[in-house]
Ligand binder design. Structure first.
Ligand code: C2E
Ligand code: CA
Ligand code: CA
Ligand code: CA
Length: 278
C-alpha cells in the first residue's frame, strides 16, 4: 500500500514538471509569435437582428503559426494573462485595428465602431491612457469608433482606480463596454460609478434551461435596467433562431454570434464592413 502511494506521488510530480516545461515552451513560442507577426486580428460582426445591418464588430486575437495552423485564444490567452505578455498582445491587436480603421476611413467607408479586448492588467498601468490615446491620435481615428471591452472581474478588482480610469477614457470619447455581463462577479454596484455605454450579455443567459420563466424574468430585468440607464445591449453567442426570438421578446436587437457570422480574417471582414450589411 505504501509503495503504491509513493508511486502515485512520483507520477504526479513528473506530470507537474512536464506541465512546467510545456508552459515554458509555450511562453517562448508566444513571444516569438508576437515578434514574428503571427498574432493577427479576426473580426466578428455585431448585427442588427431586424435589418441585418452591421453596427459594429469585435476584434479577436488569432495565432497563425508558421505551419499555417490557426490557434484559438483558449490555447494562449490564459498563459499570456499569467505571464503579463497579454499587454503586449493587446497593444499589437489594438494597433492593427487602428490601421484597419485608418484604411477604411481613407476609402470613405462609413465606419462603425470596433471593440477591442483589454486585459485587466492594463488597468494597473498608469501609462495606459497616454499609450492608447497617443496611438489613436497618430492614426487620426475618431475616438467614438473605438470601444474598450472590459470584463467584470477587472472592475471588481479595484473599483476606485477603474472608475477613475474609465471616466478618463470615456471623456476622451471612447466607448466603454462591459464584457461577459452577469457571468462573473456581477457587482451591479459598478454601474453607478463606471460610464458604461454597452453591456454585453453573456452567452450563458441564452442557454436552454429547465426553467424558462426564470430565464425570461432575468433577461427582461437586465434589458429594462439597461434601457433606463441609457446603456446599449449586445447579446453574445447568438446561435439559433430561438435565441433571436428571445432577443426580440425583450427588445434587444444587437447580436453577436455564429447564427449571423463567425469571427473572420481581415480580408473577409473588410468586404462586409464596406457593404455595411450581412
Ligand atoms: P470574449 O471576449 O467573450 O469573446 C467572445 C468569444 O465568443 C470569442 O471566442 C468568439 O469567437 C466566441 N463566440 C462568438 N459567437 C459565438 C457563438 O455563437 N457561439 C459560441 N459558442 N461562441 C461564440 P474566442 O475568439 O475564442 O475568444 C475567447 C476569449 O479570449 C475572448 O472572450 C476574450 O476574453 C479573449 N480574447 C480574444 N482575443 C483577445 C485579445 O486580443 N485580447 C484579450 N485581452 N483577450 C482576448
Ligand atoms: Ca470581448
Ligand atoms: Ca464576452
Ligand atoms: Ca450612453
Amino acid at each position: 500500500n505504501k509503495g503504491m502511494m509513493r508511486k502515485e506521488i512520483a507520477f504526479y510530480s513528473v506530470q507537474f514538471d512536464e506541465q512546467m516545461i510545456e508552459s515554458e515552451q509555450l511562453k517562448r513560442s508566444v513571444e516569438q509569435a508576437l515578434t514574428n507577426d503571427e498574432i493577427v486580428p479576426f473580426f466578428q460582426p455585431k448585427v442588427n437582428i431586424n435589418t441585418r445591418e452591421i453596427v459594429g464588430a469585435e476584434v479577436l486575437a488569432r495565432w497563425i503559426t508558421r505551419e499555417g495552423r490557426l490557434r484559438s485564444p483558449a490555447e494562449f490567452i490564459p498563459l499570456c494573462e499569467k505571464t503579463g505578455l497579454i499587454t503586449e498582445l493587446d497593444m499589437i491587436i489594438f494597433e492593427k485595428t487602428l490601421a484597419f480603421l485608418r484604411m477604411n476611413l481613407d476609402e470613405k467607408v462609413p465606419c462603425v465602431p470596433i471593440s477591442i479586448n483589454f486585459s485587466r492588467l492594463h488597468l494597473l498601468d498608469d501609462g495606459f491612457f497616454d499609450k492608447i490615446t497617443r496611438r489613436i491620435h497618430q492614426y487620426n481615428i475618431p475616438p467614438e469608433l473605438i470601444e474598450i471591452e472590459l470584463t467584470e472581474s477587472a472592475i471588481f478588482d479595484n473599483h476606485e482606480i477603474i472608475s477613475e480610469f474609465t471616466n478618463q477614457l470615456h471623456q476622451y470619447g471612447l466607448q466603454i463596454s462591459m464584457d461577459d455581463f452577469g457571468s462573473g462577479y456581477s457587482s451591479l454596484n459598478m454601474l453607478k460609478d463606471i460610464p458604461i455605454d454597452v453591456l454585453k450579455i453573456d452567452r450563458a443567459f441564452l442557454e436552454e434551461t429547465s426553467d424558462s420563466k426564470k430565464q425570461r424574468v432575468i433577461l427582461s430585468a437586465i434589458a429594462h435596467m439597461a434601457k433606463r440607464l441609457d446603456i446599449r445591449v449586445v447579446v453574445e453567442g447568438v446561435e439559433t433562431i430561438e435565441n433571436v426570438n428571445l432577443m426580440k421578446e425583450f427588445g434587444c436587437y444587437i447580436a453577436q454570434g455564429y447564427y449571423f457570422a463567425k469571427p473572420m480574417d481581415e480580408e473577409s471582414f473588410g468586404k462586409i464592413y464596406k457593404e455595411g450589411i450581412l
